[in-house]
Ligand binder design. Sequence first.
Ligand code: GDP
Ligand code: MG
Length: 440
Amino acid sequence: LGKRINSAVSEVTKANVVDQTAVDGLLKEISNALIEADVNVKLVLNLRKKLKATIEKEEKPGVNKKKLIQKAVFDELCDLVDCKETELYKPKKKKTNVIMFVGLQGAGKTTTCTKLAVYYQRRGFKVGMVCADTFRAGAFDQLKQNATKAKIPYYGSYTEADPVKVASDGVEKFKKEKFEIIIVDTSGRHRQESELFAEMIQIGEAVQPNQTIMVLDASIGQAAESQSRAFKESSNFGAIILTKMDGHAKGGGAISAVAATHTPIAFIGTGEHINDLESFTPRQFVSKLLGIGDIQGLMEHVQSLNLDQKDTIKNFQEGKFTLRDLQTQMNNILKMGPLSKIAQMLPGGIGEMMNQVGEEETSKRFKRMVYVMDSMTKQELDSDGDIFVDQPSRIVRVARGSGTSVTEVEAVLMQQKMFARMAQTTKSMQQGGANPMAGG
Ligand code: GDP
Ligand code: MG
């Protein structure tokens, strides 16, 4: 999706004159890309109208159209996924906060219950989990196993068949014991859909949740809209958790779910492990969707590791990215591991390489890229790479010196170019449209 939108934007802005036909073509291409990424058709048509208005408003000569369009697309997508109408519930310490999970079977409820329990436990809350899924055999065992692994107290029953009774008994028990957060996991399937929704209503009435969360599988595409609407009617949830964002989910369905239910996304699930839960921020989500890389997330991760990166961040913020920056970052990435997590936050090449050749081979290639940069002179490292274009013999020298090949040196130079371009884009986006004349 990102590639298509970005190349459409480049296409139209390469032209000397950006005329009406060019803009119309661009809008059509963007719309098609979004529809293919499972965004609801009506939403896309709306977005198209808004974009058109924004672009046409800026008819001043000399205004940098490319940045204007890029920023407009970015902002409109953020707006779609950023639900401002409903505020997220914040659990309070020294009080009972009951959180109820709803969602179809297989969406990831039970897994996510444990992730959220761990998340709050680490923040100092006393957390318990209740298994109110009496429909599926083995549901209680699954929750019990997860809870035990995470050292979270749990409640459930092998004999009681009434989920409403189990839910209220569990909540009662934990309330008496002064638990601060009680998470109620529910079933996601029934003999009849209507029975499932009736059960959600009954459990809700029995446990009176402070917050109801719908768990939504990000990979279900267009179905996200109708599914979330149906649950909204029966259980009026106040937040969404989007799971399986680590897979190849296109994410467009999430935008539709937010728009259809006017409910914010609280977290995203990015794997099967207990720690694979991340807070949701619209800007990061859209950055990923557009393929410009999750710079903010990456920077935060790097920062949390206390690695050597001060100059790189400073450079990046100024829209620069030298080969030395690439060297520092690659060294850091090798130190950071596991590579797969990091690679997903990077734009273009590296993430794809990871998917194609696997972690071990990527790691090997990474190391060779570092050898390449280790063989560069100080002057070369501090350059933007153009020095190699002016004097190609340098490429041959570096290849020989590092025991790699010319192709590998070129790959390093390409990677650095990509980051440099990204630094530019990020800088101009952060500046917003305030100064569209700045930069190239
Ligand atoms: P439930 O039926 O809604 O309770 O769903 P489960 O919690 O049992 O999860 C169904 C499957 O999805 C399990 O195999 C989970 O390991 C998997 N799963 C849940 N969340 C994620 C996620 O964020 N990423 C991935 N890759 N798998 C997940
Ligand atoms: Mg379950």
